[in-house]
Design a protein around this ligand. Structure first.
Ligand SMILES: [Zn+2]
Length: 209
Protein backbone atom coordinates (compact mmCIF):
# COMPACT_ATOMS: atom_id res chain seq x y z
CA UNK A 1 0.00 0.00 0.00
CA UNK A 2 1.66 3.17 -1.15
CA UNK A 3 0.46 5.14 1.86
CA UNK A 4 2.42 3.07 4.30
CA UNK A 5 5.36 1.36 2.62
CA UNK A 6 7.09 -1.26 4.67
CA UNK A 7 10.57 -0.22 5.60
CA UNK A 8 13.46 -2.27 6.74
CA UNK A 9 16.93 -1.16 7.72
CA UNK A 10 19.44 -3.26 5.81
CA UNK A 11 21.81 -3.14 8.73
CA UNK A 12 19.77 -5.85 10.38
CA UNK A 13 20.43 -9.26 8.95
CA UNK A 14 17.18 -11.02 8.12
CA UNK A 15 16.67 -14.63 9.04
CA UNK A 16 18.13 -17.06 6.56
CA UNK A 17 15.66 -18.18 3.99
CA UNK A 18 15.81 -19.63 0.48
CA UNK A 19 16.12 -16.95 -2.23
CA UNK A 20 13.02 -16.24 -4.31
CA UNK A 21 12.92 -17.44 -7.92
CA UNK A 22 14.97 -15.33 -10.40
CA UNK A 23 11.96 -13.49 -11.78
CA UNK A 24 10.75 -12.43 -8.38
CA UNK A 25 7.30 -13.85 -8.90
CA UNK A 26 4.92 -13.35 -6.01
CA UNK A 27 2.09 -15.72 -6.69
CA UNK A 28 0.51 -14.31 -9.81
CA UNK A 29 1.53 -10.71 -9.20
CA UNK A 30 4.52 -9.01 -10.70
CA UNK A 31 7.40 -7.66 -8.66
CA UNK A 32 9.24 -4.56 -9.77
CA UNK A 33 12.58 -3.68 -8.22
CA UNK A 34 13.54 0.00 -8.24
CA UNK A 35 16.99 1.12 -7.22
CA UNK A 36 17.77 4.55 -5.90
CA UNK A 37 21.18 6.11 -5.42
CA UNK A 38 19.71 8.35 -2.73
CA UNK A 39 18.59 5.31 -0.81
CA UNK A 40 21.50 3.98 1.24
CA UNK A 41 20.40 1.74 4.02
CA UNK A 42 16.70 1.04 3.80
CA UNK A 43 14.56 -1.31 1.79
CA UNK A 44 10.87 -0.53 1.20
CA UNK A 45 8.06 -2.42 -0.42
CA UNK A 46 4.45 -1.70 -1.23
CA UNK A 47 1.62 -2.86 -3.45
CA UNK A 48 0.74 -0.75 -6.47
CA UNK A 49 -2.04 -1.98 -8.69
CA UNK A 50 -1.44 -5.67 -9.30
CA UNK A 51 2.29 -5.20 -8.77
CA UNK A 52 4.62 -5.16 -5.82
CA UNK A 53 7.27 -2.44 -5.82
CA UNK A 54 10.48 -3.05 -3.90
CA UNK A 55 12.80 -0.07 -3.40
CA UNK A 56 16.47 -0.90 -2.87
CA UNK A 57 19.70 1.03 -2.43
CA UNK A 58 21.51 1.36 -5.78
CA UNK A 59 24.65 -0.34 -4.54
CA UNK A 60 23.07 -3.57 -3.39
CA UNK A 61 24.44 -6.76 -4.99
CA UNK A 62 22.29 -9.17 -7.01
CA UNK A 63 22.48 -11.76 -4.22
CA UNK A 64 21.38 -9.19 -1.65
CA UNK A 65 18.60 -8.09 -3.95
CA UNK A 66 17.25 -11.63 -4.18
CA UNK A 67 17.42 -12.04 -0.44
CA UNK A 68 15.73 -8.72 0.34
CA UNK A 69 12.99 -9.15 -2.23
CA UNK A 70 12.17 -12.46 -0.55
CA UNK A 71 12.15 -10.85 2.88
CA UNK A 72 9.88 -8.00 1.79
CA UNK A 73 7.44 -10.29 -0.04
CA UNK A 74 7.08 -12.35 3.13
CA UNK A 75 6.47 -9.20 5.17
CA UNK A 76 3.87 -7.87 2.75
CA UNK A 77 2.09 -11.23 2.71
CA UNK A 78 1.94 -11.16 6.52
CA UNK A 79 0.63 -7.59 6.42
CA UNK A 80 -2.05 -8.55 3.87
CA UNK A 81 -3.09 -11.36 6.18
CA UNK A 82 -3.52 -8.96 9.12
CA UNK A 83 -5.62 -6.58 7.04
CA UNK A 84 -8.75 -8.61 7.26
CA UNK A 85 -11.84 -8.69 6.98
CA UNK A 86 -11.53 -11.24 4.24
CA UNK A 87 -13.97 -11.68 1.36
CA UNK A 88 -16.30 -13.86 3.39
CA UNK A 89 -16.60 -11.32 6.19
CA UNK A 90 -17.08 -8.62 3.56
CA UNK A 91 -20.03 -10.52 2.06
CA UNK A 92 -21.60 -10.87 5.53
CA UNK A 93 -21.18 -7.16 6.16
CA UNK A 94 -22.75 -6.35 2.80
CA UNK A 95 -25.75 -8.48 3.69
CA UNK A 96 -26.16 -6.78 7.07
CA UNK A 97 -25.87 -3.32 5.51
CA UNK A 98 -28.38 -4.18 2.80
CA UNK A 99 -30.89 -5.38 5.38
CA UNK A 100 -30.38 -2.46 7.70
CA UNK A 101 -30.34 0.40 5.19
CA UNK A 102 -31.77 -0.89 1.91
CA UNK A 103 -34.56 -3.20 3.12
CA UNK A 104 -32.46 -6.11 1.88
CA UNK A 105 -33.14 -5.11 -1.72
CA UNK A 106 -29.47 -5.01 -2.73
CA UNK A 107 -28.35 -8.60 -3.20
CA UNK A 108 -24.79 -8.73 -4.53
CA UNK A 109 -23.68 -11.93 -6.23
CA UNK A 110 -20.12 -11.38 -5.10
CA UNK A 111 -18.26 -8.99 -2.82
CA UNK A 112 -14.50 -9.09 -2.79
CA UNK A 113 -11.28 -7.23 -2.16
CA UNK A 114 -9.17 -6.38 -5.17
CA UNK A 115 -5.61 -5.12 -5.37
CA UNK A 116 -5.79 -3.73 -8.91
CA UNK A 117 -7.91 -0.75 -7.96
CA UNK A 118 -5.71 2.11 -6.87
CA UNK A 119 -7.66 5.11 -8.09
CA UNK A 120 -11.06 3.99 -6.79
CA UNK A 121 -12.25 2.93 -3.39
CA UNK A 122 -14.89 0.63 -4.75
CA UNK A 123 -16.69 -0.38 -7.91
CA UNK A 124 -19.61 -2.47 -8.95
CA UNK A 125 -21.03 -4.14 -12.03
CA UNK A 126 -24.82 -4.07 -11.56
CA UNK A 127 -25.43 -6.55 -14.43
CA UNK A 128 -23.41 -9.17 -12.55
CA UNK A 129 -24.23 -7.94 -9.07
CA UNK A 130 -20.52 -7.89 -8.31
CA UNK A 131 -18.88 -5.46 -5.88
CA UNK A 132 -15.17 -4.87 -5.53
CA UNK A 133 -13.44 -2.89 -2.81
CA UNK A 134 -9.89 -1.61 -3.04
CA UNK A 135 -7.49 -3.34 -0.67
CA UNK A 136 -6.34 0.16 0.31
CA UNK A 137 -9.44 0.41 2.49
CA UNK A 138 -8.15 -2.38 4.69
CA UNK A 139 -7.00 -0.93 7.94
CA UNK A 140 -9.33 2.07 7.66
CA UNK A 141 -12.09 2.47 10.27
CA UNK A 142 -15.00 0.03 9.95
CA UNK A 143 -17.50 2.86 9.38
CA UNK A 144 -15.51 3.95 6.30
CA UNK A 145 -15.44 0.45 4.83
CA UNK A 146 -19.16 0.15 5.58
CA UNK A 147 -19.80 3.43 3.80
CA UNK A 148 -17.98 2.33 0.63
CA UNK A 149 -19.76 -1.01 0.78
CA UNK A 150 -23.15 0.65 1.21
CA UNK A 151 -22.33 3.07 -1.60
CA UNK A 152 -21.71 0.18 -4.01
CA UNK A 153 -24.75 -1.73 -2.73
CA UNK A 154 -26.90 1.34 -3.42
CA UNK A 155 -25.55 1.40 -6.99
CA UNK A 156 -27.07 -2.05 -7.51
CA UNK A 157 -30.40 -0.25 -7.04
CA UNK A 158 -29.71 3.24 -8.38
CA UNK A 159 -27.07 4.04 -11.01
CA UNK A 160 -25.31 7.40 -10.93
CA UNK A 161 -25.18 9.95 -8.12
CA UNK A 162 -28.53 11.71 -8.39
CA UNK A 163 -30.88 12.70 -5.54
CA UNK A 164 -32.38 9.19 -5.38
CA UNK A 165 -28.95 7.74 -4.83
CA UNK A 166 -27.98 10.15 -2.02
CA UNK A 167 -31.38 9.66 -0.39
CA UNK A 168 -30.45 6.00 0.06
CA UNK A 169 -27.03 6.88 1.44
CA UNK A 170 -28.46 9.46 3.85
CA UNK A 171 -29.97 6.60 5.87
CA UNK A 172 -26.47 5.71 6.97
CA UNK A 173 -25.73 8.33 9.60
CA UNK A 174 -21.97 8.24 9.08
CA UNK A 175 -22.03 8.93 5.34
CA UNK A 176 -20.73 12.51 5.66
CA UNK A 177 -18.12 11.52 8.20
CA UNK A 178 -16.86 8.67 5.99
CA UNK A 179 -16.74 10.92 2.93
CA UNK A 180 -14.75 13.44 4.93
CA UNK A 181 -12.35 10.74 6.05
CA UNK A 182 -11.73 9.59 2.47
CA UNK A 183 -11.33 13.16 1.24
CA UNK A 184 -8.80 13.70 4.00
CA UNK A 185 -6.84 10.64 2.95
CA UNK A 186 -6.63 11.96 -0.61
CA UNK A 187 -5.89 15.51 0.47
CA UNK A 188 -3.03 14.31 2.63
CA UNK A 189 -1.55 13.04 -0.62
CA UNK A 190 -0.78 9.72 0.88
CA UNK A 191 -2.51 7.95 -1.98
CA UNK A 192 -2.48 8.40 -5.75
CA UNK A 193 -4.94 10.93 -7.09
CA UNK A 194 -8.10 9.24 -8.32
CA UNK A 195 -9.28 9.76 -11.87
CA UNK A 196 -12.57 11.30 -12.84
CA UNK A 197 -15.52 9.57 -11.25
CA UNK A 198 -17.72 10.37 -14.21
CA UNK A 199 -15.42 8.53 -16.59
CA UNK A 200 -15.31 5.59 -14.21
CA UNK A 201 -19.07 5.36 -13.94
CA UNK A 202 -19.39 4.56 -17.63
CA UNK A 203 -17.59 1.26 -17.29
CA UNK A 204 -19.31 0.39 -14.05
CA UNK A 205 -16.33 1.33 -11.92
CA UNK A 206 -15.89 4.46 -9.93
CA UNK A 207 -14.70 6.07 -6.77
CA UNK A 208 -17.47 6.71 -4.30
CA UNK A 209 -17.31 10.03 -2.56
ZN1 LIG B 1 -20.90 5.93 -6.85
Amino acid sequence: MPAEPLNSATGRRPADRPPPPPHHSSGSSEVEVRRSSRRRRTVSAYREGGRTIVLLPARMSAAEERRWVGVMLDKLAAQDERRRPDDEELARRAERLSHRYLEGRARPGSVRWVTNQNTRWGSCTPAEGSIRLSHRLRGMPAYVIDYVLLHELAHLLVPGHGPDFWRLLARYDRTERARGFLEGVIAADRLPRPGSGAAGDRDGAERPQ
